[in-house]
Design a protein around this ligand. Structure first.
Ligand SMILES: [Ca+2]
Length: 269
């Protein structure tokens, strides 16, 4: 490329060209007239902007399905019917121990337990219910039906995950588990399970050994990476070159090895 004639001393000219290839080393050859060439400064300028890195997509779900509840969850008795006859030991419903029961007397009032899984937001589409493992307990204390609700506002409002309560088959013995599945594609952070027991007069108790909510854990989306700041433009101070004299005049040379050529600036012979 031809450098336009300089109109004075200490002047800088900008010469642009299009290049889309990245290089690690550069070599520049400056050709002068028949006399020596003196060049005070060369700057290699990158005028492109760095593209925004594309984040690697993260799978929405991992290691699923699973029981999304655990003893580390936040578990409370739902304040159904103004909180009357709250569930006793509601945490026993999700302690992974079928020998501990959540119970409630006065089963005409719905049995409700609220759980916020510690794993975060989950998409639940299955429930396992285990009745009490107490061999002396009457089958009249077994659960008969349940309804599952989800909440994403900390339990202020709940949405049923399926239209009508699901009915359990009659338990034949203690410590038995029944499984239920349903279609649900909505993720919730909090769940409430309402369990109905025997409403016959005189039964007076509902005991449930364990509830497991089966589903998938929604992973936290990977934040969009901050774009890398474009490198500053200006003198290429690390340019490993120098000026040497050749039969054709003085040349500015880069170095493939990074070493200054003998005889160049900063590396006298
Ligand atoms: Ca239990």
């Amino acid at each position: 490329m031809t450098v336009p004639a300089f109109g004075g001393v200490g002047l800088t000219q900008t010469i642009n060209f299009t290049n889309t290839l990245a290089y690690r080393f550069y070599r520049i050859v400056l050709t002068g007239g028949t006399s020596a060439v003196n060049v005070a400064e060369v700057q290699l300028v990158d005028t492109t902007t760095n593209p925004t890195p594309t984040p690697t997509p993260t799978p929405t779900f991992q290691n699923d399905p699973r029981d999304v509840t655990s003893p580390n969850d936040t578990i409370t008795s739902a304040k159904l019917n103004n909180g009357l006859n709250a569930v006793t030991n509601p945490a026993a419903l999700f302690d992974n121990n079928p020998l501990t029961d959540a119970t409630k007397s006065g089963v005409l009032i719905p049995f409700g337990v609220i759980v916020t899984p510690a794993v975060g937001k989950t998409e639940v589409n299955g429930v396992l219910i285990t009745n009490s493992s107490d061999p002396n307990l009457s089958r009249a204390a077994d659960p008969l039906a349940f309804q599952l609700f989800g909440s994403n506002d900390g339990g202020k409002t709940f949405t049923p995950l399926f239209a009508n309560p699901m009915t359990l088959a009659a338990f034949q013995s203690f410590g038995q588990t029944q499984a239920f599945s349903f279609v649900n594609t909505t993720a919730y952070s909090t769940y409430r399970i309402d369990i109905t027991g025997n409403t016959a007069p005189g039964t007076g108790e509902l005991s449930v050994g364990e509830v497991q909510l089966l589903g998938t854990v929604v992973t936290t989306p990977t934040p969009t990476p901050t774009p890398v700041t474009a490198p500053p433009t200006g003198p290429l101070t690390a340019f490993p070159g120098g000026v040497i004299r050749t039969s054709g005049g003085e040349r500015i040379l880069g170095s493939q090895s990074g070493a200054l050529p003998l005889g160049g600036v900063g590396n006298p012979p």
